[in-house]
Design a protein around this ligand. Structure first.
Ligand SMILES: C[S@@+](CC[C@H](N)C(=O)[O-])C[C@H]1O[C@@H](n2cnc3c(N)ncnc32)[C@H](O)[C@@H]1O
Length: 186
């Protein structure tokens, strides 16, 4: 099977722009002295920007190539793991973040269940995704299918419905461009 992210890893941060740190900071209620998990965190593009705002930062991803890049960034604890089977006990993180990765996970329902499992009661999960309601995102979804990336994009309302199936209420925030943020307080 083609390892797209393994191939892209050395160039990833040259082509993907830096994250909107001020929005993430606001949505994640940072700073915090607590622990933040960046699941599907890739090269640490986002995690490295949040590092000084959290007590402890853990990044997980399946791609060895992406994690090789992340390891070059100081102070990020890294674990190679599927978001669907996180190697952490229940209730172990104060904040859980997923940026532009949910649609790449193998099983989004299982991943959301596990992200909520590792989140502490009182903690917050933030999922940033391209907004499938946008025509440009529909085109990206089609291009990724053609590139055999096996991604599966969900509408924001569908992500909220999965969260609701696990007994939690999601709030959706949009930048009126291409991104949406699904915010869940456990
Ligand atoms: C588009 S990149 C986003 C990386 C990072 N969050 C960022 O915004 O820079 C998607 C990431 O999801 C990871 N990924 C794909 N399937 C995964 C899974 N089942 N569990 C964890 N990570 C996964 C890929 O390896 C890749 O690093």
């Amino acid at each position: 099977m083609l390892d797209h992210f393994g191939l892209l890893a050395p160039f990833y941060e040259k082509v993907i722009p830096p994250p909107d740190v001020s929005r993430l900071r606001h949505l994640l209620k940072l700073p915090t002295a607590g622990r933040l998990l960046d699941a599907g965190g890739g090269t640490g593009r986002v995690a490295s920007q949040l590092q000084t705002l959290v007590g402890e930062l853990v990044l997980t991803d399946v791609s060895a190539g992406m994690l090789r890049q992340a390891r070059q960034k100081a102070e990020i604890e890294i674990s190679q793991a599927h978001a669907e089977r996180l190697p952490f006990p229940d209730d172990s993180f104060d904040r859980v973040l997923v940026v532009d990765a949910l649609h790449h996970f193998c099983n989004q329902e299982l991943a959301i269940a596990d992200l909520l499992r590792v989140l502490k009661p009182g903690g917050r999960l933030v999922i940033e995704e391209p907004d499938l309601n946008r025509f440009s995102v529909k085109m990206i979804a089609m291009a990724e299918k053609i590139a055999l990336m096996r991604s599966h994009f969900y509408y924001p309302a569908e992500i909220s419905a999965i969260v609701a199936n696990h007994g939690h209420k999601a709030r959706i925030e949009s930048d009126d461009q291409v991104s949406v943020w699904v915010v869940v307080d456990k």
